[in-house]
Write a protein that binds this ligand. Structure first.
Ligand code: GLN
Length: 222
């Protein structure tokens, strides 16, 4: 499957994401600069992590107003898979493509470590390579990963199976409501998560628990 990685000024995880997608999908992704107004004909659009616009105003707030976002919105509405990791997740919430917001970590500190995640919904294009309830390792590196949504939105997200991943008991690194680490849109073709699965895909990374997410998103699993 063909994929595109969208790059905004200040991102720093784009190369990791490009390498992961090529390694797992076998096809080099197309890189798209945020000032473009159109996307190539791809099956998966990825917004990687980093510090778009230096996280000024709020993380992801300025990038969410970039020209490319209209094209991403249109692709998402057509059912194309869209994945946002870390700053990508923040951009997708700021753009209104995913519910909720990412606030400053409860500790007010940047957190960089490996946490354990529980796969909450394994019945989607992104998560079908895992089983429901499976516990996986995944690194996090952020200062604004504290997931929040008002109670009506949270009820809807929980009720619709839109929680993709939760931090496993005792490992919530940022104070996220209901230990939420990643959410889907209602149609489940848009996924955002704070942890970095692209940084745990081979032995040299110390594990490969992140691999199944890309394998599924790129249709490499049955
Ligand atoms: N690694 C990242 O993508 C960092 C995300 C974001 N800028 C934060 O620190 O919260």
């Amino acid at each position: 499957m063909k994929s595109a990685v969208v790059v905004f000024p200040g991102l720093n995880r784009d190369r990791d994401m490009l390498a992961a997608l090529e390694s797992i999908g076998g096809i080099p992704p197309v890189t798209v600069w945020h000032k473009e107004t159109g996307l190539p004909d791809v099956d998966l659009v990825v917004i990687p992590g980093g510090f778009s616009y230096g996280d000024y105003l709020r993380a992801g707030a300025i990038a969410a107003r970039s020209p490319i976002m209209q094209a991403i919105r249109e692709k998402a509405d057509q059912g194309t898979r869209v994945l946002g990791v870390c700053n990508g997740f923040q951009i997708l919430t700021e753009a209104g493509l995913l519910p909720g917001v990412l606030m400053r970590n409860a500790s007010l500190r940047f957190v960089c470590k490996t946490v354990r995640l529980k796969v909450e919904n394994a019945d989607t294009a992104f998560t079908r390579g895992y089983s429901a309830g499976q516990i996986i390792d995944c690194p996090v590196a952020h200062h604004d990963g504290n997931y929040f949504a008002d109670s009506d939105t949270l009820d809807r997200v929980e009720g619709n199976g839109q929680v993709a991943f939760r931090y496993a008991e005792g490992t919530n690194p940022n104070g996220s409501l209901n230990d939420i680490a990643g959410v889907f849109n209602e149609a489940k073709n848009v996924l955002g998560l704070m942890p970095h699965p692209e940084n745990l895909i081979e032995a040299a990374h110390g594990g490969s628990d992140g691999r199944a997410l890309f394998a599924a998103a790129l249709d490499q699993v049955a």
